[in-house]
Design a protein around this ligand. Structure first.
Ligand code: AHG
Ligand code: MN
Ligand code: MN
Ligand code: MN
Length: 336
């Protein structure tokens, strides 16, 4: 039947991660439990986000985080949801959150073998006006299961993550997930009535639309290569003849929403002047984009090759279709 409510052939996130576990003989089931815990936290957060206006959890708390940003009530609430659920899962050793200055080291009684770096609520500036927001996460396995866990387990190249993803609270709630070794990106839409994430975007590959996405209010701070690239997507390059179609501009201001659109439609997302945080913004998005067939770069090096020197370290990032990112990289070479 083509009636959606009569479908019987759907795949759920639960099924997919159990299947992945069954397919790898060395799997302990720990990652399965950790991912289910993350999925639970996203359902919880989705519910809070959708009721936030009615429950009066809109607005600031009066506190600031380590990056001197004014914390919103939802930043704090979503962070608590994630920290509590992940700690109690028994599968986490270290938690790194945008909203916590220090790493959370899980006590031995509840310690597991994974480190989770997360941005509990991405797009804080969009909460009060009902624009899409999200959660971002990256997962590492601890280096040594017998040694005490610490920040050394996460101050590693992004290429060493085992999995990463985000959950978008948009017109629907969509969880997009990738495993480092799978080279596959899958998207699951939350059916709020059933409480399951249902596979709706299997094997995502970047779209081909010509879209550029950046906060152009910051141009005065952008590097020359970025300025030249932005010019090239708006005006025909020198010597160009024939018709020229300029790129479309789209910028939500929530990284999750801007990256989600880039994955599905294509294009390039740029945040060049080093605001975005490496562990819980740049790395997870870079792994997703690479596994969807694109690239993520600082302009001079591959994002996933960076080794962050502290847990809230930041980087510039350019991600999206390979040809776009390579065009920016070529301009960096030209100007260096
Ligand atoms: P967060 O809300 O988690 O602090 O992240 C905000 C980030 C990201 O979502 C977005 O891409 C960027 O900041 C937007 O920054 P501008 O407002 O400077 O454009
Ligand atoms: Mn913030
Ligand atoms: Mn963010
Ligand atoms: Mn945030």
């Amino acid at each position: 039947s083509d009636r959606e409510d009569l479908r019987t052939d759907f795949t759920t996130l639960t099924n997919d991660i159990l299947h992945a576990q069954q397919c790898s003989p060395e799997a302990t089931g720990d990652l399965t439990i950790l991912l289910s815990t993350l999925a639970s936290s996203f359902k919880w957060i989705s519910n809070v986000v959708r009721k936030a206006e009615l429950m009066k959890v809109i607005g600031v708390t009066g506190t600031t985080n380590v990056q001197a940003e004014n914390q919103q009530k939802l930043d704090i609430l979503t962070n608590q949801i994630m920290c509590n659920l992940l700690r109690d899962s028994g599968k986490a050793a270290v938690l790194i959150s945008e909203e916590d200055e220090e790493a959370i080291i899980i006590p031995d009684a509840q310690k597991g073998n994974y480190c989770v770096c997360f941005d509990p609520l991405d797009g804080s500036s969009n909460i009060d006006c009902g624009v899409s927001i999200g959660t971002i996460f990256g997962i590492y396995h601890v280096k040594d299961t017998r040694a005490p866990a610490g920040i050394h387990d996460v101050l590693r190249a992004g290429g060493e993550m085992v999995a990463a993803g985000y959950c978008l609270y948009g017109s629907s709630t969509v969880l997009v997930l990738t495993f480092a070794n799978s080279k596959q990106v899958n998207g699951y839409t939350l059916d709020p009535h059933i409480g399951e994430f249902v596979l709706t975007h299997p094997k995502v590959k970047l779209g081909k639309k010509k879209i550029y996405s950046c906060n152009e209010g910051n141009v005065s701070k952008f590097d020359k290569p970025i300025l030249e690239y932005l010019q090239s997507v708006k005006y025909p390059p020198p010597g160009h003849t024939g018709p020229f179609t300029p790129y479309s501009a789209r910028y939500v201001g929530s990284m999750v929403a801007d990256v989600h659109r880039t994955l599905l439609y294509g294009g390039v997302f740029l945040y060049p002047n080093g605001k975005l945080r490496i562990l819980y913004e740049c790395f997870p998005m870079a792994l997703l984009v690479e596994n969807a067939g694109g690239k993520a770069s600082t302009g001079r090096e591959r994002i996933l090759d960076i080794i962050p020197d502290h847990i809230h370290a930041r980087s510039g990032i350019i991600l999206g279709n390979t040809e776009e990112v390579e065009a920016v990289e070529a301009l960096y070479k030209k100007f260096d």
